[in-house]
Design a binder for this molecule. Structure first.
Ligand SMILES: Nc1ncnc2c1ncn2[C@@H]1O[C@H](COP(=O)(O)OP(=O)(O)OP(=O)(O)O)[C@@H](O)[C@H]1O
Ligand SMILES: Nc1nc2c(ncn2[C@@H]2O[C@H](COP(=O)(O)O)[C@@H](O)[C@H]2O)c(=O)[nH]1
Length: 187
C-alpha cells in the first residue's frame, strides 16, 4: 500500500461494529468509510450508496469475475464485497480507509494487505450478542439464528487480529480504538 492506511473492523454480526464506526466517523471525519456491495435486500432504514450498494446476484457475480472487489464473502445467505477502486484511490490520495466486514473478508485483506491494521470487536457475552441482534429488530428469526451460529465460529478467531476490543461500554470501546489508531508509534 502506497501512502494511506487500511483499517479493518470485524467481529460478529450485532456486536456493534456499525454503531462504533458511526461515532468514529463523526469524531474523525477525515476517515473514509468504504461502502460495500451486497445482494441482501435493503432494510427500511438503509439508503443505496450510503449504507451499501444493493445489487443483484448476477451483478455481484459480474463484479467478482471482473476483479472489481478487493474481497468478498457469503454471509447468512447473502454476498458482501468491498469495491476495489474507491479504496485504492483513497489510499493513493493518502486517506485512511475503514472497512467494516466479516471474518472471511478480513482474512482475505490480511493475505493481500498484510500492513492493514485489523481490529476485532468482541461482545461482552453470547447472550448479550443475541439480545443486541434481537433488539435492533432488523433480522428474521432465521437470520438471527444464522448470525449467532456464525458468531460461534468467528469469536475464536479474535486472536488473529492486531487488537481485540470488547464492546461493553461503547465510550470505552471507542477510546480503545482511537488509542490504537491515533497514538503515535513509540509513545
Ligand atoms: N456497547 C453497546 N451496548 C449496548 N448496545 C449496543 C452497544 N453497541 C451497539 N449496540 C446495539 O447493538 C445493536 C447491533 O449493533 P450494530 O448494528 O452496530 O452491530 P454490527 O456489528 O454493525 O452488526 P452487522 O455486522 O450485522 O452490521 C444495535 O441495536 C446497537 O444499538
Ligand atoms: N466480507 C465482507 N463482509 C461485509 C461487507 N460489508 C458488510 N459485511 C459484513 O456482513 C455482515 C452482515 O451485514 P448486515 O449488514 O447484513 O448485518 C456483517 O458482519 C458485516 O460487517 C463486505 O464488503 N465484505
Amino acid at each position: 500500500m502506497a501512502i494511506g492506511k487500511l483499517i479493518v473492523l470485524t467481529g460478529p454480526s450485532g456486536v456493534g461494529k456499525g454503531t462504533l464506526l458511526r461515532s468514529l466517523l463523526q469524531r474523525h471525519p477525515e476517515l473514509y468509510f468504504s461502502v460495500s456491495v451486497t445482494t441482501r435486500p435493503p432494510r427500511p432504514s438503509e439508503t443505496n450508496g450510503q449504507h451499501y450498494y444493493f445489487v443483484s446476484r448476477a451483478e455481484f457475480d459480474r463484479m467478482v469475475l471482473n476483479n472489481e472487489l478487493l474481497e468478498w464473502a457469503e454471509f447468512a445467505g447473502n454476498c458482501y464485497g468491498t469495491p476495489r477502486r474507491p479504496v485504492e484511490e483513497n489510499i493513493r490520495q493518502g486517506r485512511w480507509v475503514v472497512l467494516e466486514i466479516e471474518l472471511e473478508g478480513a482474512r482475505q485483506i490480511r493475505q493481500n494487505f498484510p500492513e492493514a491494521f485489523q481490529i476485532f470487536i468482541l461482545p461482552p457475552s453470547l447472550l448479550e450478542l443475541e439480545y443486541r441482534l434481537r433488539s435492533r429488530g432488523h433480522d428474521s428469526e432465521e437470520s438471527i439464528a444464522r448470525r449467532l451460529e456464525r458468531a460461534k465460529s468467528e469469536i475464536p478467531a479474535a486472536h488473529e487480529f492486531d487488537i481485540q476490543v470488547v464492546n461493553d461500554d461503547i465510550e470505552k470501546a471507542l477510546e480503545r480504538i482511537e488509542e490504537a489508531l491515533f497514538t503515535p508509534v513509540g509513545v
